[in-house]
Design a protein around this ligand. Sequence first.
Ligand code: SAH
Length: 227
Amino acid sequence: MHFNILTIFPEMFPGTLGGGVVGRALSGGIWSYDAINLRDFGIGNYKAVDDEQFGGGAGQVMLPEVIANALGSLKNPGKIIYFSPRGKLLSQKMAREFANAESSVTLLCGRYEGIDQRVIDEYGIEEISIGDYILSGGEIAAQVFIDSCIRLLDNVVGGGQQSVGQESFEIGGLEWPLYTRPSVWRGRNVPEVLLSGHHGNIERWRKSQSDEITKERRPDLLKSYKG
Ligand code: SAH
């Protein structure tokens, strides 16, 4: 999988994506990226990438021509995504769809108040949000998006597809409680069933814990999985 990342802060990449399993997959060639500096496509002597917004109001808007020129420089843009609080909320299902279907994706990281609407319309850009809060820029959102896709590719996470398929959201709800050694810690015991070696009982216990936690914390997930 290849990502073209359009940003005024290319030095922010790979950032968190350089560590752990995703970082290993990057050096192993399972995925790659180009961080393209929008400033290189800036306009005039000062290489401007933004201007004041029409209609007044605080905050600058990114210039459409700068983004268009950067997009025009790409050999294989693939699907173009703009990270924005107005976008469709990123989900595990979306990450899986991208990981399965897309080999090249272009990620546009906004700054200031965002980008000129016409560039979104002109290129049919898809908008994705990573949650109902405001970030200072799309770079963290891009890293969240890339991480969520890459860990689903083959040979990235230890334990493979079985391991990534057993996580919250993939199992129709939230994960059950996890325990490791020692079996007694500060007087607290690991649930007996997990030490029993009885796989059927362990699976039933995990399923019932997962159902209970999901019902209590995220009943919306149960509804959406039934519907
Ligand atoms: N004026 C915008 C917020 C701009 S924040 C509004 O009110 O909706 C600046 C940039 O950060 C955005 O262009 C976007 O690329 C990024 N960003 C901020 N919050 C985000 C979120 N929740 N999800 C994805 N990207 C976000």
